[in-house]
Design a protein. Structure first.
Length: 329
């Protein structure tokens, strides 16, 4: 009898212990608040202010949406092998969603999984880059926000053509980035009929940017740096050449104006990151599927001019610009 009671007691204790462990596991998975906790992997091709701002905006949006999220941020430092390894590791870790910050990051994530939802930003041409089927119906497991406002390049070229008595626009870009090739093709299309010409210098790494920029001295009357991750990472070297040689430097986004570019038609990367975060929240909540959500363009395009850079590059400010531009010192 004692042995039977002891056995029954042991079984009861094990059952109770099992129930206790189950409850602890549930609480751990749900987070301290008792709400469900999510794992989100952030893959970013390189560190520079625009991409960093997009990541901050993304995380803030999920916080504002009331979701409890643990973020794992990984930077590829411009290395494509690292880029793919980061995505593969996120898949192995079975994260709930991947936030891909740049075209290479999004391509790496899409190569790694067709199941885990992917939300991208800082992508210029999602269709041409092979990420989505269309803007309105991305398909698969991916969607996101672009860093390419359809009016940004046309407005920049129009501004140059109207206010600068020049012949040639110099561009430096990474020909291995689909994002950049797409923008350069757009520049070529827009300058048709204007009388302007394009002088190109290509790079494959940030270490080549200064030399490539110097190769345009004497060929280009102004410089125009698009939203190329490789070049923007080394933007200070472009600014140095532009300043030393008194060549006006137009850039593709507002952070690059703050870093020494003369002017840009752009938007805040924090905003497109935030918009991507709102989309991610809908996916994590189970309200929508990634492939069914429209890819979004950025909002609030504006012209920003850096007065200090203008002076350093020998640009005389036109009073007409005061009506349409914001100025920073």
């Amino acid at each position: 009898m004692w042995k039977s009671l002891s056995t029954a007691g042991l079984l009861s204790a094990l059952i109770l212990a099992g129930c206790g462990n189950s409850e602890e596991t549930t609480n751990e998975a749900s987070g301290e608040s008792g709400e469900k906790s999510y794992q989100v992997g952030i893959t970013q091709i390189a560190e520079h202010p625009s991409l960093d701002a997009a990541s901050v905006g993304f995380q803030q949006a999920l916080k504002d949406e009331g979701l409890e999220v643990e973020f794992d941020t990984q930077i590829a430092q411009g290395d494509q092998n690292n880029n793919q390894s980061i995505a593969n590791n996120f898949v192995s870790d079975q994260v709930d969603l991947i936030f891909a910050n740049s075209t290479p990051s999004a391509l790496g994530a899409l190569n790694a999984t067709k199941d885990i939802p992917i939300v991208f930003t800082s992508v210029t041409d999602a269709v041409g880059g092979g990420l989505v089927d269309s803007m309105e119906a991305p398909g698969g497991n991916i969607t996101g926000t672009l860093d390419n406002h359809p009016d940004a390049i046309p407005n920049t070229v129009e501004f140059i053509d109207k206010y600068f008595d020049i012949e040639t626009i110099g561009v430096v870009y990474n020909s291995g980035e689909a994002n950049s090739v797409s923008q350069i093709e757009t520049v070529k299309e827009v300058i048709e009929g204007t009388g302007l010409k394009l002088a190109e210098a290509t790079v494959s790494t940030s270490a080549e940017v200064k030399q490539a920029t110097e190769s345009l001295v004497g060929k280009a009357d102004v410089l125009y740096i698009i939203t190329d991750n490789t070049v923007v990472t080394a933007l200070e070297s472009v600014v140095q050449v532009a300043t030393d040689k008194k060549i006006p430097l137009f850039v593709g986004e507002l952070d690059s104006v703050a870093r020494g570019g003369f002017a840009a038609y752009g938007f805040d990367y924090n905003d497109i990151g935030y918009e991507a975060g709102v989309m991610a929240a809908e996916i994590l909540k189970g309200e929508k599927e990634a492939g069914e959500m429209d890819v979004q363009y950025p909002q609030n395009l504006k012209l920003v001019i850096n007065k200090k850079a203008a002076e350093a590059m020998g640009v005389e400010l036109n009073p007409e610009w005061e009506e349409s531009a914001e100025f920073i010192e």
